[in-house]
Design a binder for this molecule. Structure first.
Ligand code: GLU
Length: 433
C-alpha cells in the first residue's frame, strides 16, 4: 500500500519493483554519509539500531458492535540530543520497518535544524478514511494507553503525521493527562490552539517548504517569482505549501491527491481550489483544469517538483523521465535510493526531506517550549523564528555540500551534517555502561 502509486507504474507498463523496506534506504544513507565523513562503518553502526521498538495490539469496539484488533507501533530511534520527537501515522501501509525508517529520519531532521530532540515515530495500521470519529477516538485513546509509559514531555513527544491531525492530538493530550491526573500539554505537539497548541503549527511544514524552495532557487541562481511548481499530494503539507508558494508569486501548474491529478498551465487558483476540495473532497474535477495521472504529474516539465504524499514515489521506474529543475521533498522518503542515484547522475538537485519538510518539527519544538513555559507567542514571532531556523539549516546544508565536495548531492550532505552532530554529541556523552 505504501508504494502503491509507484508500484502501479505508468499506463501500459508494469510498475517498478517495490522497494520492500524503507529502512534499507536508511541503512544505505547512513553508510554513504559515513564514507563522506571518513568514518569507519563500526562508528555509525549504533545509528542503524533504534533504541527501542514497540509493537502493541489495540482492540477497539467498532460502531457495528464487533471488536477489531489493530496493530500500533512506537519507535524511539535516538535520544542523544534530547527526548524523542516524531509524529503518529494512521495509514493502511504502516509497518515496523516504515516506522523505524521514519524515526531515524526524525533524528537526522532534528539534528539538521538544530532543535534539542532525538528521533521517534509511531503509527497504527488502519484506514482512517473509512473509520468514524468515535472509532478513531477509541483507537487513539487505547493506543496512547498502551504506550503511556513510553511517551512524555521529557521522554518522547508525538505529533501529527499522515492520517492524523490536531483533533487526534487533543485525544492524545487528554488520555495522557487523565491517566497522569494533571494537565500535561507538553506530551504532544500539533494540538489545537485552545489546548496549548502553537500559532503557525498547522501551516508550518508548508511554510518551511516555501522558505527552503526560495533559498534553494536563490542558491541555484533562479527565482521563485513565476517558477512553475508541481505539487504531488494535497494533505496538510501539500495544500499549505501550494497556497503559500502561489501567494509568494510561484505558479502552481499541477496538483494531485489520492483520487488523481489536475493540471493548469497558467497556474491554479489555489485559494479557490482549497474551497473546491472542501466541498467535493478532492482536487479532481476542478473547473478549467485537465485531468492527469500520477505518472504524468511526476514527469511533466516544471521548475520545482514538490512530492508531498508518501514514500517511494520517485523511483527507478520514473527517475530517468523526471523533467523538474529542482525537487523539494515535502513527504518523508519520497525518493528511493535507486532513484536518488539517477537524479544525482542527471544533475537534478534534490532538497531532501529532512531539510525541506523540517518546518513542522521546528514549530513543534516551539510549541513544546511554549507549553513548558506556559507562555504563548504571537504568530509573527513563530513565523520569524521558523524563518531563522530554516534559513540557518539550509546554509549549514549548503556549506556542508561544499565542505564535503558533494556538488548538488544535498541529501548526502544533509545526512553527513546531521550525523556529524549526533555522533559528536554521542562522543561528548560517552557510553553509559
Ligand atoms: N510528522 C512530522 C514530520 O515528519 C512532524 C513531526 C513533529 O512535529 O514531531 O516531520
Amino acid at each position: 500500500m505504501i508504494y502503491q502509486l509507484a508500484r502501479r507504474g505508468p499506463a501500459g507498463r508494469p510498475g517498478p519493483e517495490r522497494h520492500e523496506n524503507p529502512f534499507d534506504d536508511v541503512v544505505e544513507q547512513i553508510d554513504q554519509a559515513a564514507r563522506v565523513l571518513g568514518l569507519d562503518p563500526r562508528e555509525v553502526e549504533v545509528l542503524k539500531h533504534p533504541r527501542r521498538q514497540v509493537i502493541v495490539s489495540i482492540p477497539i469496539v467498532m460502531d457495528d458492535g464487533q471488536t477489531r484488533i489493530f496493530t500500533g507501533y512506537r519507535v524511539l530511534h535516538d535520544t542523544t540530543r534530547g527526548p524523542g520527537k516524531g509524529g503518529i501515522r494512521y495509514h493502511p501501509g504502516v509497518n515496523l520497518d516504515e516506522v523505524k525508517a521514519l524515526a531515524a529520519w526524525m533524528s537526522w531532521k532534528c539534528a539538521l535544524v538544530d532543535v534539542a530532540f532525538g528521533g521517534a515515530k509511531g503509527g497504527v495500521t488502519c484506514d482512517p478514511g473509512t473509520m468514524s470519529e468515535g472509532e478513531l477516538e477509541r483507537l487513539t485513546r487505547r493506543y496512547v494507553a498502551e504506550i503511556f509509559d513510553l511517551i512524555g514531555p521529557t521522554l518522547d513527544i508525538p505529533a501529527p503525521d499522515v492520517g492524523t491531525d490536531a483533533r487526534v492530538m487533543a485525544w492524545v493530550m487528554d488520555t495522557y493527562s487523565m491517566k497522569k491526573g494533571y494537565v500535561e500539554p507538553g506530551v504532544v505537539t500539533g494540538k489545537p490552539l485552545l489546548l496549548g497548541g502553537s500559532r503557525g503549527r498547522e501551516a508550518a511544514t508548508g511554510r518551511g517548504l516555501l522558505i527552503v524552495t526560495r533559498e534553494a532557487l536563490r542558491h541555484l541562481g533562479r527565482s521563485l517569482n513565476g517558477a512553475r511548481v508541481v505539487v504531488q499530494g494535497f494533505g496538510n503539507v501539500g495544500s499549505n505549501a501550494a497556497r503559500l508558494l502561489a501567494a509568494a508569486g510561484a505558479q502552481v501548474v499541477a496538483v494531485s491527491d489520492v483520487r488523481g491529478g489536475i493540471s493548469c498551465p497558467d497556474g491554479v487558483d489555489v485559494a479557490r481550489l482549497l474551497r473546491f476540495r472542501q466541498e467535493t473532497g478532492s482536487v479532481v474535477g476542478f473547473p478549467r483544469t485537465e485531468p492527469l495521472t500520477n505518472d504524468e504529474l511526476l514527469t511533466m516539465p516544471c521548475d520545482v517538483l514538490l512530492p508531498a504524499a508518501l514514500e517511494g514515489q520517485i523511483n527507478e521506474g520514473n527517475a530517468d523521465r523526471i523533467r523538474a529543475g529542482l525537487i523539494v521533498e515535502g513527504a518523508n522518503g519520497p525518493t528511493t535510493s535507486e532513484a536518488d542515484e539517477i537524479l544525482v547522475r542527471r544533475g537534478i538537485p534534490v532538497v531532501p526531506d529532512i531539510m525541506a519538510n523540517a518546518g513542522g518539527v521546528v514549530v513543534s519544538y516551539f510549541e513544546w517550549v511554549q507549553d513548558r513555559y506556559g507562555y504563548f507567542w504571537p504568530e509573527d514571532e513563530v513565523n520569524a523564528r521558523l524563518e531563522e531556523k530554516m534559513v540557518g539549516a539550509y546554509d549549514a546544508l549548503r556549506v556542508g555540500a561544499e565542505r564535503f565536495n558533494l556538488g548538488n548531492d544535498f541529501r548526502t550532505a544533509a545526512y553527513a551534517v546531521a550525523m556529524e552532530r549526533i555522533l559528536e554529541a554521542r562522543r561528548l556523552r560517552g557510553l553509559y555502561a
